[in-house]
Design a protein around this ligand. Structure first.
Ligand code: UTP
Length: 299
């Protein structure tokens, strides 16, 4: 009988060191792009892709995530009384899905965070969405992968092309055949050294996995950066069953590092219907001010 993907894991227990000191007491996943925390974009993608249950893996100092997705009756009542229905809809956004939580006691790596979810997943296929990557697409990125799974009943890893010099920052696939947007994969390599990447197709934070991955994650093998890496377990899984890569459609925003985060904020602000034109004028003004200042300095 064909299985369906109804559960998703969102690992959010990392230390977020690239955003210190902002992430000392606040989860990186709660940093907002405009008025919405990053993790809410991810939850919305999961809901739009048909996911029914989400498990968020949290850790120390991550309580704000649970509070964010909890009902806040006082706030909802206030918005209702003031007839701010649009905002009410926004704060209730997560009510369309069951959200569960588990704690990863120590940030031992992404692979370990996924392993912590094994009892919740049981013997079913499941999705993983990382909060580092927001994808804007006509058809939600995760939905594209689920459709592939429905056909093949095999693990599918979301990939896109990245610049050659960036391959060392990602898990990279070594493909050996291509059909449409789908690749058969020889090897999955975590953060290959500069100049050694087998391709420029990078794993970008969206996965459909079969539960057969858990025994490999349970070996707790330590990989790159001294962390238990998900990519290493995927490579092992590929040794016993097909694992495909799928080049998803859509624009991906890297919000896990500072420059990507700034760029995403600027682009979302520029594209915002309500205040986009004002932001555009503001940016032009700032650039002009900077230019005038540097000309004055030169004189
Ligand atoms: P990252 O490596 O991007 O997150 O992991 P990080 O470790 O928090 O960031 P830096 O490098 O210190 O700045 C990708 C995702 O996996 C989660 C993170 O929360 C993030 O959403 N993660 C990572 C865990 O849940 N547990 C871990 O042990 C590591």
């Amino acid at each position: 009988m064909k299985k369906k993907v109804t559960k998703a894991i969102i690992p959010a227990a990392g230390l977020g060191t690239r955003f210190l000191p902002a992430t000392k007491a606040m989860p990186k996943e709660m940093l907002p792009i405009l008025n919405k925390p990053t993790i809410q974009y991810i939850v919305e993608e999961a809901v739009e892709s048909g996911i029914e249950d989400i498990l968020i893996v949290t850790g120390k100092g991550k309580r704000a995530i649970e509070d964010h997705f909890d009902n806040n009756f006082e706030l909802e009542d206030n918005l209702l009384r003031k007839e701010k229905y649009h905002l009410l809809e926004e704060v209730r956004a997560s009510s369309k899905v069951e959200i569960h939580y588990i704690r990863q006691k120590e940030a031992k790596g992404l692979g370990h965070a996924i392993w912590c979810a094994r009892k919740f997943i049981g013997n079913e296929p499941f999705a993983v969405l990382l909060g580092d990557d927001i994808v804007q697409a006509e058809k939600p990125c995760l939905k594209q992968l689920i459709e592939q799974y429905d056909e093949s009943q095999a693990s599918i890893i979301g990939v896109q092309q990245v610049a050659e010099e960036d391959t060392q920052r990602y898990g990279i696939i070594d493909p050996y055949s291509k059909k449409g947007r789908s690749y058969q994969v020889k090897n999955f390599v975590e953060k290959p050294k500069q100049g050694t990447a087998p391709s420029t197709l990078a794993i970008l934070g969206r996965y459909i996995l079969t539960p057969e991955i858990f025994p490999f994650l349970g070996q707790h093998n330590v990989g790159k950066g001294g962390e238990i890496q998900l990519t290493d377990a995927i490579q092992q899984l590929n040794g016993i069953q097909d694992v495909f890569a799928y080049e998803f459609e859509g624009k991906r925003y890297d919000v896990g590092e500072m420059i990507g985060f700034i760029r995403t904020t600027m682009e979302f602000a520029l594209n915002n219907q309500e205040f986009g034109p004002e932001v555009e004028a503001m940016m032009a003004e700032l650039l002009l001010e900077k230019k005038i200042l540097s000309l004055n300095l030169e004189i």
